[in-house]
Design a binder for this molecule. Structure first.
Ligand SMILES: N[C@@H](CCC(=O)OP(=O)(O)O)C(=O)O
Length: 433
């Protein structure tokens, strides 16, 4: 039986495709990527590339030594580089007769539900036309509040948007290790991470001089990807052909009817595979949680939280104990569970007295921050007399509320503990190359 065509997103960071010192494109890698993508397509798969490198390529074009710090200069440089970067990709892909398309995104572009769906439709159409979409952040427009921040996060959001089967985060290491393999001879590769919430990652790991991501942003991207049902894979960018081999291996693994035959399958190149959540969140939920930038925070009491979570209730003004930030109707806010203040507490006191306030989800609100500050703690029947008008009896409708699939876990420096939890039964012996 022919294998089903998969949707595969491959993310390439700046350091994978641009020489850090000379800023020249690493043509050998770019070519191998193009050949790999062409092979995957021949196998019937749909491929999206998320390519960084606009700033790096721009530096070469302008003959500048280093990345500027002044934002308009970075944005101008990215505009120069993006054009050249795409011409490089287009040129290389054209030799194998693969048409490509450029998709530049900012958070704003997908903050509107209609635009998000438009983006989905465009990807879909490009796949139907046999085109490889090449995605980057729209650096020319993006300022901090509308930035994805790094292309690892962008690639996870793109993977969720196209409902990808696999997201490959190409990096300068083969995989995650139980310890630093350069300094610790006992370091073992981590082949499978079945529950990413158990993983403790080094948030201090820096990215390259040109890019913005690092290992920590890959872990964040893997969390986003797996929560949306996307198997997320870290593997070495200098061996792009590995992507093809890993996909073949995973297909054979899926087709193997029972465990006995798995041992007959040749081992794949080294990689770390983050397994998707058993209960992936829906597209709308993912969009609410990750597509929108929150403009403020609503503090809700435990009763409201339980009612929304367990009884599918909408959020009433009575369940709101505090408001932070300035936001308008239909903007996204964080939801944080906090204790109700004592009657004699000063405004805002609940935040300080609450036992570990925690963000539990996000919501699109029916009222702006000023209105919610007036109606919080009151019955819905009082909204009209308090505001002089009433839009809805709810601060947020249940369908516009999404909860995070898991509570946030502390992220501490080290990739080592709880190894047994992550290792697949087939983890290779120490020192495997
Ligand atoms: N959008 C930017 C890259 C941003 C970024 O995160 O880069 P990287 O950390 O190399 O994936 C560019 O094209 O230069």
């Amino acid at each position: 039986m022919a294998a089903r065509g998969l949707t595969i997103v491959i993310k390439l960071g700046t350091s994978s495709i641009v020489d850090e010192k000379t800023h020249e494109p690493i043509l050998s890698i770019l070519t191998l990527i193009v050949e790999t993508v062409a092979r995957l397509r021949k196998d019937g798969h749909r491929v999206v590339l998320v390519s960084s490198g606009a700033v790096g390529v721009g530096l070469r074009r302008m003959d500048w030594d280093k990345r500027p710090t002044h934002l308009p200069r970075i944005q101008a440089l990215a505009a120069v580089g993006q054009c050249r970067l795409m011409s490089l990709w287009d040129n290389l892909f054209s030799h194998l007769r693969v048409p490509v398309a450029q998709i530049l995104l900012t958070r704003n572009d997908i903050a509107d539900r209609t635009q998000y769906i438009n983006a989905q439709n465009t990807f879909e159409q490009l796949f139907d036309m046999g085109v490889v979409p090449i995605v980057n952040e729209n650096d020319t427009l993006a300022v901090s509040e509308i930035k994805f921040g790094d292309n690892d996060t962008l690639s996870a959001i793109a993977a969720a948007t196209v409902k990808a089967d696999y997201l490959f985060l190409m990096t300068d290491v083969d995989c995650l290790y139980t310890a630093n393999p350069r300094t610790n001879p006992d370091a073992e590769p981590i082949e499978v991470v079945s529950d990413i919430s158990l993983l403790e990652a080094d948030v201090s790991s820096a990215g390259s001089a040109l890019g913005t991501g690092g290992m920590s942003t890959k872990i964040v991207a893997a969390k986003l990807g797996t929560s949306a049902g996307v198997t997320t894979i870290i593997t070495k960018s200098s061996k792009p052909g590995n992507v093809h081999d890993i996909v073949k291996y995973l297909q054979r693994l899926q087709e193997a009817p029972n465990g006995d035959q798995i041992s007959d399958i040749p081992r794949p190149p080294l990689h770390t595979r983050f397994l998707p959540s058993d209960t992936p969140i829906q597209s709308v939920t993912f969009w609410l949680l990750h597509g929108l930038t929150p403009h403020g925070t609503l503090y809700i009491d435990q009763g409201a939280y339980d009612a929304i979570l367990n009884h599918k209730a909408s959020l009433l003004p009575a369940g709101v104990v505090g408001v932070e930030g300035h936001f308008a109707q239909q903007e996204a806010v964080r939801l944080v569970v906090a204790e109700r203040p004592s009657p004699d507490a000063l405004d805002g006191d609940f935040i300080h007295h609450a036992q570990e306030p925690r963000e539990v989800g996000r919501a699109l609100v029916n009222y702006g921050s000023m209105e919610i500050a007036l109606i919080k703690g009151h019955r819905s029947t009082h909204i009209e007399s308090l505001l002089g008008w009433s839009e809805s009896e709810y601060v947020a409708l249940r369908e516009n509320i999404s909860f995070h699939p898991e509570e946030s876990h502390p992220v501490t420096p080290c990739l080592t503990p709880a190894l047994e939890e992550w290792k697949s039964p087939r983890s290779p012996p120490n020192g495997r190359s």
